[in-house]
Design a protein around this ligand. Structure first.
Ligand code: AHM
Ligand code: MG
Length: 341
């Protein structure tokens, strides 16, 4: 056959783009050819929720969605109006998909068990980083998906499991544009929402995090409460390094999704350490730590707690349990682990 150059190629215009739906269908064909398609439908419901939340965030200032709602969530945080709207959008999208049986949301005290025969459990922080929202800083939805246990009719035991049992995880970041980072256990792929087309387009296939990078991302305002070994580790990052003669750079946005997004793309280390008194971190295991840990590992990075234990091997006892977390480039996480006493 003679080589064919299409008109679009000659004009350097892309006409064969990979949408999220096409990507999911191709992944199913490649990795689970006998699958029922239920997970594909669930992923479609998820992408609808992300588009709907993105739509509201873009309009927030114009339609009076800025500010607090007057209520508090399960962990006592004051809820923003967008927290409440994001939560409702998410619950409705999961309920109507027919594929979700159990839903855990940061904004709900208890897990929700839906009617019907869905075979999946979804854990989410619908709008993470919402303290930043009124300043127009990026926020995001974090999500992890488990398949129900074989004999389950939908219960808390479907989600009180190790993170390594999740089948899908990711986040959507709402900022200058809307980015979705997704893993189904076969690497990490990044998508950008084309608002005109209404489709997520594959823009970062097979994303791999750099092995090391001299950037650290922690809320140093908490350093008084950190254990001594954490204080020593951070002090050492601020000294000129042998390899470069320069100290590490500090970058902290205060939205986990945005800080993790930068870390995935540029490399470095992001952490929210446990404080030395309560021995507890701030970030929630099921819907903040686990999904980000799966993404990091699937991108070639690492994710551990303050004892150096793999986050994905933790077993939460309650749906809103918290942990200290350290994640990012493998070389940077390994360096931190050497300081643990
Ligand atoms: P949230 O779920 O109530 O928004 O809290 C989680 C957020 C993360 O996005 C971020 O990493 C962290 O809290 C920032 O906390 P701090 O303001 O203490 O640095
Ligand atoms: Mg949140």
């Amino acid at each position: 056959m003679t080589n064919f150059t299409s008109a679009s190629e000659q004009m350097n215009v892309e006409t064969d783009i990979i949408t999220l739906t096409r990507f999911i269908l191709e992944e199913q064909k490649n990795f689970a050819p006998t699958a029922t398609g239920e997970l594909t439908l669930l992923l479609n419901a998820l992408q609808f929720a992300f588009k709907f939340i993105a739509h509201n965030i873009r309009r927030a200032e114009l339609i009076n969605l800025i500010g607090v709602s007057g209520s508090a969530n399960s962990t006592g945080d004051v809820q923003k109006k967008l927290d409440v709207i994001g939560d409702e959008i998410f619950i409705n999208a999961m309920k109507s998909s027919g594929n979700v049986k159990v839903l855990v949301s940061e904004e709900q005290d208890d897990l929700i068990v839906f009617e019907g025969g869905g075979r999946y459990a979804v854990c989410t922080d619908p709008i993470d980083g919402s303290s930043n929202i009124d300043a127009g800083v990026s926020v995001g939805t974090i999500f992890g998906v488990y398949k129900l246990k074989d004999d389950s009719n939908g219960s808390i035991n479907d989600v009180l499991r190790k993170g390594s049992e999740m089948v899908v995880a990711g986040y959507t970041m709402y900022g200058a544009s809307t980015h979705l980072m997704l893993t189904t256990g076969h690497g990490v792929n990044g998508f950008t929402l084309d608002t005109q087309l209404g489709e997520f387009i594959l823009t970062q296939p097979n994303l791999v995090i750099p092995q090391s990078r001299a950037i650290y991302s922690f809320n140093e305002g908490n350093s008084y409460y950190w254990p001594k070994y954490v204080q020593k580790y951070v002090e050492d990052l601020k000294k000129p390094q042998e390899s470069t003669g320069k100290p590490y750079s500090s970058r902290y946005i205060g939205s986990m999704v945005a800080d993790v997004h930068r870390t995935l793309l540029y490399g470095g280390i992001f952490a929210y350490p446990a404080d030395s008194k309560s021995k507890n971190g701030k970030l929630r295991i099921l819907y903040e730590c686990f999904p980000m840990a799966m993404l990091m590992e699937q991108a070639g990075g690492a994710c551990v707690n303050d004892k150096g234990e793999r986050i994905l091997d933790l077993l939460p006892k309650g749906i809103h349990d918290k942990s200290g977390i350290w994640m990012g480039s493998k070389g940077e996480v390994d360096r931190f682990v050497k300081y643990i006493e």
